[in-house]
Ligand binder design. Structure first.
Ligand code: BGC
Length: 798
């Protein structure tokens, strides 16, 4: 039953027909459900077979030592790793004593589907046991977007022939055994039994387990409760041991009869609250979920998602596979951020343990720009999380001999967890990335209260860091030396253009914010002299330029480096980081991911159009896209310089990263930055959105493969709809009074009820398509044939 590409194309969901044992881990990531607080991988109800069992709670991690062969001052000593918490989604089934297990007996049918409008993972299976008994199992699973602590499963087993004895064991299991890692540095460290038992309780239809992590000291409570309905006598028992609690229902079904079980699951955790407090929190969440009931939870979920899609959908005509992929992307970005509430949004969301569950700049540079215009409250929360980590960031700055705050390159709680400083601590641009997200959020929402209470301090402390990290040279130029930009195949370089331009914005924004909020700024110790020093550093920021080649070097001297031997690098040697030493990558011209090209997107105002064209062509030849954070940015600038078909190819690559497992590591979790990046590629690439000035500005253009692109943006009290065809672009205000915007540089005022229509420009196509390193060209999208189109089959909901 193995299919090379397990997911059929459908504009509103993902469907898997059949059951592919080898592709389990990948499907578990794709079918992961989350609300940003709880994350459940799409493991089968019965738990086995599995690729990688996974249940995550945002912020729950264990500490582990970071050993160094040679230690050095300021190296972080302890790492944080996301842990697989108590599994509450397990429902084991015995059919006349034989475990329901897809590896045995006969699987007569198996289908799973995830519908983006309902937020439910549905499954149906028809299975004949080795002894010849046939049952039909259907289940629906959700992680509630409205009740943050709650997940639920509706599980039905029907006897096809009978009578048959059915035993359903609904469980909570802590310290599940995990498969060993494969040594990929991007996967997670596997921690043995991280949870120590504190309390267990099972009675009637309910059970609770409380555990504590051994070293990070976090208390985790998980609870389950059930509604069980069968046609005749159903006996239930409840039992618990240290790492397991089980409610068992036993009955005999005649042919055509069904046993239905609704399982409510609740989680709570705390670093400070007492055991009874955390237990009570979980019990209360269970009671509330039971009160709402399965149907109520389903209705709430649909209503929440209905609102989301009506305000935030991205519609595409001409490419149904891309349409599916971009909705998949939006759905998972929503799931990652919806209820994370003062916690980080990890690079994989809560879909898998990849990168140890850490958050990086991925959040502020890729995920938050999308959420800003569809779920600004989530951005507020994510940035408030950064704000809560300021004390740690200040300590880190002090340890490094710097002023202000140095935010961690990778972390769960707030401390630096990168054991490799050249691509960790030295990536100081994270500070400016956070500042840019703060500024974007404030500009888009007008949330001055946030600016006063949180934003200002984030801007001030990062500006202080830049002022102390850089210096004015003998010519007065402000230089930032010894830092690592986004491209991780270069490190510890001087005057990385991306970093310097982002720092420049950071310094200016801090000065402007301090002027807007003088009282609060004074309370933070900012005086006119300090703000003037920030402005001065920004005005004198040094941006290297190679006059001979007419391009910007990514950092000082970059364009003088030896070229990487692309011709002599066979395809199986990618990603290069797994096959070549960093010392060699660092000293040559080879680019892992958009760096200078990203600078041209986020600071487009700092480059002329001619520079953009030349720079883009230059860096295309060097960029191998060994990071999934690259294609989306290349798409945006390809579109800006008129290479629309290339932009289309890159957009599809970013969007299909996980649905088609392009990086080969979807099993460890979804690539949130690439998913968000796909939305950015469409909106900033083909929509031509730039948001670095007061008003949103658009330069819409479509590749020949697409007939239409439409999206909406929430800006303050407004909801703006942008509808692009090859002929025209229509701006419609769906909410709010009047919104000034720019179209191709022309100022427009869009009023409610009076859509503005403008011709869509067709940019001059450059004579030649930009060239990539041999073998690293993106797959051509235009005119692609043979896309398999299917539909999400809705399984019976009872
Ligand atoms: C990329 C980083 C990124 C990290 C997590 C790395 O491969 O180079 O830019 O932050 O992955 O997604």
């Amino acid at each position: 039953m193995t299919t090379p590409d397990p997911f059929a194309v459908d504009p509103w969901g993902v469907v898997e027909h059949g059951f592919d044992l080898a592709g389990q881990a990948r499907a578990e990531s794709v079918f992961a459900l989350s609300n940003g607080h709880i994350g459940l991988r799409g493991n089968l109800d019965e738990g086995e077979p599995h690729g990688l069992p996974g249940t995550y709670l945002n912020g729950v991690f264990e500490l582990r030592p970071l050993p160094y062969a040679e230690s050095g001052y300021g190296f972080p000593e302890s790492g944080q790793s996301v842990i697989n918490v108590t599994n509450g989604k397990l429902i084991r089934l015995l059919v006349d004593d034989e475990p329901f297990d897809l590896r045995y007996g006969e699987v007569r049918g198996h289908q799973r589907s995830l519908d983006f409008r309902e937020g439910l993972l549905r499954r149906s299976a028809e299975w004949t046991s080795p002894a010849g008994r046939t049952v039909r199992v259907t289940s629906q699973r959700m992680v509630s977007l409205t009740q943050r602590a709650v997940a639920a499963v509706e599980y039905t087993v029907e006897a096809v022939d009978g009578p048959v004895r059915i035993v359903v064991q609904s469980e909570l299991v802590a310290n599940e055994q995990l498969p060993l890692g494969d040594g990929d540095p991007r996967a997670a460290a596997v921690l043995e039994a991280p949870l120590a038992a504190e309390l267990r309780h099972a009675a009637g239809s309910k059970a609770v387990l409380v555990h504590r992590t051994r070293f990070s000291g976090l208390r985790v409570a998980a609870g389950i409760d059930h509604v069980i309905e069968g046609p005749g006598r159903v006996d239930t028992t409840a039992e618990s041991s240290e790492d397991q609690a089980r409610i068992t229902a036993t009955t005999v079904l005649k042919a055509g009869e069904r046993l239905r079980l609704v399982k409510f699951i609740a989680y709570g955790w705390s670093a400070t609250r007492s055991l009874p407090a955390v237990r009570d929190q979980v019990e209360a969440a269970l009671t509330a979920a039971r009160y709402t009931g399965w149907d109520g939870l389903v209705d709430e979920q649909k209503e929440y998602l209905g609102r989301f899609w009506s305000d935030s959908d991205i519609e595409i005509e001409g490419d149904v596979e891309l349409q599916q992929a971009v909705r998949f992307a939006l759905f998972h970005v929503l799931q990652a951020g919806a209820r994370s509430e003062e916690r980080a949004i990890p690079a994989k969301g809560l879909t898998g343990p990849g990168y140890d569950g850490h958050s990086f700049w991925d959040t502020e540079t890729f995920v938050l720009p999308v959420l800003t215009y569809c779920l600004p409250a989530a951005v507020n929360q994510a940035l408030r999380w950064r704000h809560t980590t300021l004390p740690m960031a200040r300590d880190r700055a002090a340890q490094l001999g710097l002023a202000g705050a140095v935010f961690p390159w990778r972390t769960i709680r707030g401390e630096e967890c990168s054991g490799y400083w050249p691509a960790g601590t030295a990536a100081f641009h994270i500070g400016a990335d956070i500042a840019a997200a703060v500024v974007r959020y404030i500009r888009a929402t007008g949330d001055l209260e946030f600016e006063r209470a949180y934003g200002l301090e984030l801007l001030v402390e990062t500006a202080r860091m830049w002022r102390s990290l850089g210096h004015h040279d003998a010519h007065g130029r402000f230089r930032i030396e010894g830092v690592t930009g986004p491209d991780e195949y270069s490190a510890v370089a001087d005057n990385n253009v991306f970093t310097n331009l982002m720092a420049q914005s950071n310094l200016r924004s801090a000065a402007e914010s301090a002027t807007r909020h003088q009282f609060e700024a004074a309370a933070l110790g900012v005086d006119t002299e300090e703000a003037a020093a920030w402005r001065d550093a920004a005005d004198k920021m040094f941006i290297p330029y190679d006059e001979k080649l007419g391009v910007h070097p990514q950092a000082d001297g970059f364009t003088d480096h030896q070229l990487w031997d692309f011709e002599g690098t066979p395809p199986e040697k990618y990603p290069l980081l797994l096959h070549y030493p960093y010392f060699d990558l660092y000293r040559k011209q080879v680019v892992k991911q958009a760096d200078l090209v990203l600078a041209m997107q986020v600071r487009g105002d700092a480059f002329t159009q001619e520079q953009k064209v030349r720079n883009f062509n230059y860096y295309e030849r060097l960029t191998v896209r060994d990071s999934s954070l690259s294609a989306c940015t290349q798409a945006v600038i390809a579109a800006e310089v008129g290479q629309l078909d290339l932009a289309y190819d890159y957009t599809a690559e970013a969007a299909l990263m996980d649905l088609r497992d392009l990086g080969g590591n979807t099993r460890d979790g979804l690539h949130m930055a690439s998913l968000a990046g796909a939305c950015i590629a469409l909106v900033a690439g083909f929509g031509g959105l730039r948001d670095h000035d007061e008003h949103l500005s658009f330069r819409p253009r479509l590749p020949s493969g697409l007939q239409r692109l439409a999206f909406s943006m929430a800006v303050r009290e407004h909801l703006l709809r942008i509808d692009i065809t090859h002929a025209t672009t229509t701006y419609t205000l769906l909410r709010g009074g009047v919104l000034p915007i720019l179209h191709e540089g022309e100022s427009l005022r869009v009023e409610k009820g009076r859509p503005v229509v403008r011709p869509t420009q067709t940019p001059q196509t450059p004579a030649e398509r930009a060239v990539q390193p041999p073998g690293r060209e993106p797959a051509r999208r235009h005119g692609q044939a043979g896309v398999q189109v299917g539909t999400v089959d809705h399984l019976p909901a009872e």
